[in-house]
Write a protein that binds this ligand. Structure first.
Ligand code: IPM
Ligand code: MG
Length: 353
């Protein structure tokens, strides 16, 4: 198997280095994974004046999976829009056709105190958000800023074809089948035609999954329900922009955004794996970031791309163990725990494995 390793910017290189330690241990006693590093985001711009350099895209295309750190930083904010780090991320998602973005929100019992919600509201939380990732207002044409009637207007297009909705719905129903068999489709069908079609198509796909209980919810209500009673959800499927917002919100239910991994999959389960947090430029280079989301992203890679559930479990169990042992990076630290650096956390996971 070939893995393209794209550390990116900010804390990206530090957290990815910890995940690579884990991969090196696994390489000793299982399937061999060949790793090759390449720049993306601001690092791509620095190396090749392009946030997604040609060579990086070529490597990612040839690989079986991609491990990404994070992109972005204040140094790049003034660049022209197409050169900004975020564009590199959006382009690699589109180029590799990674339309299904899986973002779990899972609460480790020991971290319940780190959530901003009451422990009894979040205890036992285990939600999977399936976010469509290559369509919607993110990519819809026309888009732009232009002058009309003597003033500037900004515009984007929210658009979904039924095939785009259908394929992500199938992924979400498939995941629901392996979990609690409940799927909630989130849209804004009371206002948007795009959502009306989304809702209809999801209901059509539901006929193939009679065992899954399908519900639908308007996005404003879903945002409220996520903080009111998050445990009512099992799997959520939603479009790109609603999923962007709801997944950040859901991450906070679990205490720290530093704990949550993600997978972005194409039709053949080729995937890009990344922590859902950003590049955190303010703490970059200090060896204090939390590497667990990136390490858990490697577990998702074994689960979804390599279909090696035993190894995925092994990594996830090691993370559970270090949490139970009291190891904490600064973002999840509470009194009485053992405060560790990013690299010490990586070593602790390796030891637990
Ligand atoms: C995410 C991020 C990205 C997005 C940004 C960095 C372009 O917020 O992965 O959720 O909006 O998709
Ligand atoms: Mg986001």
């Amino acid at each position: 198997m070939k893995l393209a390793v794209l550390p990116g910017d900010g804390i990206g290189p530090e957290i990815v280095a910890q995940a690579v330690k884990v991969l090196e241990v696994l390489n000793k006693d299982g399937m061999k994974i060949e790793m090759e590093h390449a720049p993306i985001g601001g690092a791509g711009y620095d190396a090749a004046k392009d946030p997604l350099p040609e060579a990086t895209l070529k490597l990612a295309r040839a690989a079986d999976a991609v491990l990404l750190g994070a992109v972005g930083g204040p140094r790049y904010d003034a660049l022209d829009r197409p050169l900004r780090p975020e564009r590199g991320l959006l382009r690699i998602r589109k180029e590799l056709n990674l339309f299904a973005n899986l973002r779990p929100a899972l609460l480790y019992p020991e971290l319940a105190g780190a959530s901003s919600l009451k422990p009894e509201v979040v205890a036992g939380l285990d939600i999977m958000i399936v976010r469509e990732l290559t369509g919607d207002v993110y990519f819809g044409q026309p888009r732009g800023i232009e002058v009309r009637n003597g003033e500037r207007v900004g515009f984007n297009t929210m658009i979904y074809s039924e095939s785009e909705v259908r394929r992500v719905a199938h992924v979400a129903f498939g995941i629901a089948m392996k979990r609690g068999k409940k799927l909630c489709s989130v849209e804004k069908a009371n206002v948007l035609e795009c959502s009306e079609l989304w809702k209809e198509v999801v209901a059509e796909v539901a006929k193939d999954y009679p065992e899954v209980e399908l519900s639908s919810m308007y996005v404003d209500n879903a945002a409220m329900q996520l903080v009111r009673n998050p445990k009512q959800f099992d799997v959520i499927v939603t479009g790109n922009i609603f999923g962007d917002i709801l997944s950040d919100q859901a991450s906070m239910l679990s205490g720290s955004i530093g704990m949550l991994p993600s997978a972005s999959l194409d039709e053949n389960n080729k995937g890009m794996y990344e922590p859902i947090h950003g590049s955190a430029p303010d703490i970059a280079g200090k060896d204090i970031a939390n590497p667990l989301a990136t390490i858990l992203s490697v577990a998702m890679m074994y689960r979804y791309t390599f279909a090696d559930m035993a190894t995925a479990d092994r990594i996830e169990n090691a993370v559970k163990k270090v949490i139970a042992q009291g190891y904490r990076t600064g973002d999840i630290y509470t009194d009485g725990c053992k405060k560790v650096s990013c690299s010490q956390m990586g070593d602790a996971v390796v030891a637990a494995m």
